[in-house]
Each structure stands twice: as C-alpha cells, then as structure tokens.
Design a protein around this ligand. Sequence first.
Ligand code: PEP
Ligand code: MN
Length: 354
Amino acid sequence: MTKFKLGEKRPLVISGPCSVETREQTLETCVRLAETGVVDMLRGGVWKPRTSPGTFEGVGLKGLAWMAEAKRLTGLPIGVEVASAKHVEGALEFEVDCVWIGARTTVSPFAVQEIAEALKGSGVSVLIKNPMNPDIDLWAGAVKRFAAVGIPIEDIGLIHRGFQYFGQSRYRNAPMWPLAFEMRSRFPEMMMICDPSHMAGSTEYLLELSQAAADLRYDGLIVESHCNPSEALSDAAQQVVPGELERLISSVNWRRDAVDDPEFVQALNRFRDEIDQIDAELFDLLSRRMRVSERIGRVKKDNDVVILQSSRWGEIRDRVLAQSERLGLSPEFLNAILEAVHVESIERQNSVMN
Ligand code: PEP
Ligand code: MN
C-alpha cells in the first residue's frame, strides 16, 4: 500500500467505531465500511480517555492488532487516538497511518509535547482535535508543538469536534464555527476536518452538521460507525451502521468553490454591494448610539447617579425581543447583539463618568 498522505484527497472521509471493542466488531464494521466505497480511512479508539471513571476505557494494544488486520483486509489506511508517548510507540509498532489527538488531550501541553516528541521522524500524519474548551490559543499551541519538533506542516491536520458549552445547545458540543474559522486563518494550508459525531452526540444531527461543514469549505469528515450501535460500549447514541454512513456521505453536497458564469458573478456582486451598504449604515447607527450613551453618562455624572439602571435595560431588551418574529431574527441572536451593545454602552458611560 502506498503511504497515506493528508491532503491528497478532498473531501477526506474517515469512519470507524468510537471504540474498538472486539475483533469481530472491528472487522465487521471496517469491512462493511470499506464495501461502501465512500470511506478513505478507518478510525478506531483503542485507548479511550473518558470523562467519568468506570466507563469503558478501551482494549489497548490488542485493539491495534485488530485495526492492523482491518487494514490488511480492506487495503484502507488506519488512524487511532493517542494520548501519551507510550500510545505512540504502540501505534507505530502496528504501522498506523495516522494518529489523532483527542479533545481531552489537546488541553494538556505536557501530554501534547511528549506525543509530538514520540512521533517525530515517524512520517505518520497527525490530526489535532480542538480542545474541550473554546480556547484557540491552546489548539494553535498544540499545532505549534508538533511543527516545532520537525513534523512537516503537510502531515498535520485539524479536527473540529465542537466545544463543551455550559448552557443550552442543540448539540452535545457546540460547533462555535467562528472559532474554527479563526483557527483556519491562522493555519490556512492545514486540512480542517469536521467531526459531526462528537458535535451532534446523536445520529439525528449528523446530516445537518456534515452539510454545514461542506458549505463552509471543510476538507473532510470523521464520522463514527459501528456494526451494532445500540450495543456500543461508548458513544452509542451518535454511531451509525455502515449502510447509514454511506447514505449520509452520499447525501452531503460538496458544492463548487466558485463558477465562472458571468451571471452568477454579477448576482453575487450585486448582493455583496448591498451588504456592504447595509454594513456601513449599521455601524454608523451603532456609532451614533454610543455617542448618545456618552451623553447619558455626562447627564448621570452631573447628577451623581449610578450607571446601571437595570429596569431600563430590561425594558430595552423586552422591547427588542418582542420584535423577534417580525424581524425574522432569533431571540438568541438578538440577545447576543443586545449583550454586546450593552457592554460597550456601559463602557462608554464609565469612561465619561470616571
Ligand atoms: C473519539 O474520537 O472517539 C473521541 C474520544 O473524541 P473527542 O476527543 O472529540 O471527544
Ligand atoms: Mn467517540
């Protein structure tokens, strides 16, 4: 088999079980996945860093032997998660083509450093998952550690699996797409792969997240698949059988980057001009609003009154939110804007008063 190279195929589709559990489960899942013809690499977790102790922590080295057998049977490259130098040693011994750094490991600079050093010179690709928490510098720091030991940048890729989020989210892990865009602008040459399984936490949302990733120009997908998901020892709710994986991948529309058609270009430019015009007005209005806030600050100062008048703010918010439906803007979006406006407005008043 020729050496696996990241970036040679786009979109890259990686699939396999969350956890390697038994030889039969591994081989059956992987062979059925290979038969779909839509999978470019097999994945399997043999060491499972779990949030809670007492849950399934993986079968270890013997699982690597099963993954290696799946590679021989299918001719597909294999990838496993590593969380320590010892894991890397095992993975290299079994000739894995790719390793990935899990979200619970990316948060730990010591672990990332020792993995990078163990992987140095191996020629094996590494995919770095975003850390559990929405910290771009930590994610970027992990990339830099691999690059600093001399791993070629083209052998390093990123996996966006969403962020742990305290509050209400439709998904198990909130995508927070703009954070991944920021990461991409820091490492524009690096592959960005979406992990809709860990974002979704449920098979129900796999397609909408995969399509969103395709529309945002991601370079591939990593999706968990199990021959018998309801019996899976980890992440049962988010795994699909190989046949469903095939349907999912075939349903995603990887649209073209652009077309030369002059009519399309003209229509696009017209709408872009319109947006630029609206943005200009929008920010002029915000600027005016902030200048009024400063005037309020001056009046409050002259009368020695506190800045924060919470009932007034509550009224403003209620009034705007009541318009949510008419405006066609979600309450979440309106709240986020209001929050930003409020913070800046208090800031302005504060600077005038003190
Ligand atoms: C996994 O890929 O099975 C896994 C544990 O993912 P994450 O590190 O994204 O939670
Ligand atoms: Mn998993």
